[in-house]
Ligand binder design. Sequence first.
Ligand SMILES: *[C@@H]1O[C@H](CO)[C@@H](O)[C@H](O)[C@H]1NC(C)=O
Ligand SMILES: *[C@@H]1O[C@H](CO)[C@@H](O)[C@H](O)[C@H]1NC(C)=O
Ligand SMILES: *[C@@H]1O[C@H](CO)[C@@H](O)[C@H](O)[C@H]1NC(C)=O
Ligand SMILES: *[C@@H]1O[C@H](CO)[C@@H](O)[C@H](O)[C@H]1NC(C)=O
Ligand SMILES: [Zn+2]
Length: 962
Amino acid sequence: MGKGFYISKPLGFVLFGLGVGAVLTIFALSVVYSQEKRKNEVNARDGTRMVTTAAPHSTSAPSNEPWDKYRLPDTLLPEYYNVTLWPRLVPDEQGMYIFTGKSGVALTCVKETNLIIIHSNELNFTLTSEMHHAKLTGLGGTSAPVILKTWFQIQTQFMVILLKEKLQVGKSYWLYMEFHGELSDDLGGFYRSQYTENGVKKVVATTQMQPTAARNAFPCFDEPSMKAVFHLTLLHSAGTVALANGMELGTENVTIDDQEVLQTRFEPTEKMSTYLLAFVISEFTNLRSPPEANIRIWGRREAIESGQGDYALSVTFPILKYLENYYNTTYPLSKSDQVALPDFAAGAMENWGLVTYREQSLFYDPKVSSNEDKEWVVTVITHELAHMWFGNLVTMRWWNDLWLNEGFASYVSYLGADYAEPTWNIKDLMVLQQVQRAFGVDALVSSHPLSSREDEVITPDQIDQLFDTITYSKGAAVLRMLSEFLTESAFAKGLHNYLHEYAYSNTVYTDLWKKLQEVVDADSSIQLPASINEIMNRWILQMGFPVVTIDTRTGSISQQHFLIQPDAVVDKPSDYNYEWFVPVTWMKSGSNMGQHWLLTKTASYEPMKTDTDWLLANLNVAGYYRVNYDPQNWERLLTQLTADHKVIPVLNRGQIIDDAFNLARAQIINITLALRTTKYLYEEKEYIPWESAIRNLEYFFLMFDRTEVYGPLQTYLQRKVKPLFDHFKVITSNWTRKPPRYMDQYNQINAVSMACKTGVKGCSELTRMWYRQWMKNPDSNPIPPNLKITVYCNAIAAGGVEEWDFGWQMFKNSTIAAEAEKLLYGLSCTKEPWLLNRYLEFTIEPNLVRKQDVTFAIVYISGNVIGQPLVWDFVRANWEHITKDYDDGSFFFGRLIQGITKKFSTEFDLQQLQRFKEDIAASSFSFGTQAIEQAIEQTKANIKWVSENKVQVMNWLIEQSA
Ligand SMILES: *[C@@H]1O[C@H](CO)[C@@H](O)[C@H](O)[C@H]1NC(C)=O
Ligand SMILES: *[C@@H]1O[C@H](CO)[C@@H](O)[C@H](O)[C@H]1NC(C)=O
Ligand SMILES: *[C@@H]1O[C@H](CO)[C@@H](O)[C@H](O)[C@H]1NC(C)=O
Ligand SMILES: *[C@@H]1O[C@H](CO)[C@@H](O)[C@H](O)[C@H]1NC(C)=O
Ligand SMILES: [Zn+2]
């Protein structure tokens, strides 16, 4: 699935600079999965039985029957399916949207058995004349055994067919079924999405199969290694168009049950996994270019006709060509469709040949959308297209290797985007968007290794929970490190060999190591201290990452597991516990570079010794580790920053700040040393160092915005940001032009938002002026797209009901998802409690705010100092209602709870949280308790941090303005 499965990136990312999402770098998203796993392991170690968790399905099946296990038996293999589906885009007499279907699967018996176990979930079957739910015939002259009985195992989501005699090894059979199901609006399986066009409601039937919902559309062997060919036929009404993984073969009029419908048949798919299937029936229109490449961009007519798909169209073909070249493997399919859907849970989904997207992941309108929106589009498209080979052509054997699939696509998305937009330097952003984000989560005791054992990930809930920051961002960071120390060309060569050898089949991650090792062995210019397997296992099989400490007085160098809470104890027993093999790159005083592999806990390395030069390690943050130095070297680095910061590479300027703040949080260095890394910022104009500083300082705002530290903090930052604000005023000719450099366009957002936040003169006036102009003439928004979020937020905060109502009206009128999201955030910035309360009420009206956006809206409101207590009351009062109506996966609760509690830093907050946990535990509906436990852990850490640092921070800030 596309990145953004767990966070809406355009906002999650943009708002880092604006005070909403920044805690991510320091704090975890709710990594419920790891907690659950830790519990199980602890219990297993204690010799007690594994406890069942809060998840609705438990692993502890009462019996040992094959249908009570979650994994399919290894007796049967599917060869191909013939599937016909007919979704109804109008409700039936009961008001239900349904689909009907019939499907057959040719299966081959590979081990003798008298059972057929096939996935099926929430489908109702039509009984055959023999009163069974399925019909079995032999293929190729074989005769089929008689069916004794068929039934459904609800918990394991199986249909079970018991046969009178055994199936014969080597023989093939045809299993045929007719069924119907609900086309619900839960964003999973075969579901419906809705939008309005010219005042008319339109319904779209679409799918989201990954990870385990193909079984909700038709009975199938729904595991990634059960690859098969799919022959698909869709029935649909006149005026709609049907799409699937394969190209349409033709559409004809047919009459079924006295109804005239269109029947579209599709070319058979390649041999593929069920989770990559997709079908879309809609009134969408498309763009196509170049004609011979069969690349189409689909979406709402209004959006396509107004040009919102043009950017996607212009980059898709080049990216596909880039990837063909990168993998040195031709695109394996005859077409590539990209479809933008009005309702979509993830960022996008890499269905083979029919990629589905959230609208803001595919649509871009230069008049209204910002740089981030554009960058999001190009990186999501690359991410998904990267999967067409890596993931789709070659697929992980089981979900425990999801990290390789997602980490890889996340990494490669920057390479393809860099090709499509070469002037952006977008690869640099990987450090902020992936490496630093992964550091934040992976520094917690509740983190988990990238790779899990196959038997640790069994149930659909366990699989869902793997889609987290570790999987995506740490996966990307670790693969980037690998590619850097192998060289990009050797990495790509290994990939090509891997794709070539395992095409149309399944792998485990060591298969990739094997192919890369072959490249290394054949290339004497690559020198590694150990095999790829040995090096990489240390990064993959154990959680966390090291902080490398260099003492330039002695040349000693050492490593230590970096944990953000210094007194935290990793209570997970792990049989894999080794020093990391760390590629330590370094430079001295701007020249004199080198690399040294640190393989042991400590080592002595003469070239690291220096008396006068400053030493800087982890150049361009290519390695997945933090760095600490002896005090003298820190001083030399700080001196260099103030004297001439440009001598230090820009990525490392960001790293120095980010490492320092995190080392201080872990009590490895003093908090004032961290604050001192920001002193030179009045001279800094670059985005990455500023962004690193703002993200880290965001925690100070969260903890202190209701305390006496707030004033001095404002004064200090105001001085740092004022030169930046003035700089942008100049290079934009008094805010009338866009800064020419891409990274400057980003940093302009920081300049304006920080200036407004800290009260730099001229900022609030600027934002209010723009907003007022817009209110006067709603048809022409004068606000530069990049600055919209900041301007909306600040103008609405400074205004009253009139400004708010105007924003709300614009939100409701907006036909552009990216624009709506910005307003959704801006509306949360008002300082009027009654407006915030009314906004909260609006969020749970499905007609007013889309389900997919509800958590974001609630979390935004809670980011507002005044909104936070309102949200907390609201969520507690409506918990049952919210959780019942918005169950789109457990990450929903994590996101909500994490967002609402991020400012919690007092004993009183903690007590309330604990009481809430008890109330929920006592109620009948106890979903979300894991997330609450994490919030409790976090609140305790906040309390401790505030008590240890408040006075020091306060004094240091006051000293600076003396
Ligand atoms: C499945 O569909 C294909 C293509 O339409 C057809 O050739 C084949 O005979 C069908 N198989 C069975 C068993 O009906
Ligand atoms: C399937 O059957 C169940 C039980 O009879 C019923 O509640 C449900 O509505 C049915 N689903 C559909 C889509 O007809
Ligand atoms: C189906 O029938 C309608 C008229 O009933 C006709 O306009 C249309 O062209 C036909 N479509 C196909 C694919 O034959
Ligand atoms: C691409 O693959 C072909 C066939 O496997 C191989 O002969 C060729 O050397 C590869 N090209 C590059 C640049 O690696
Ligand atoms: Zn993905």
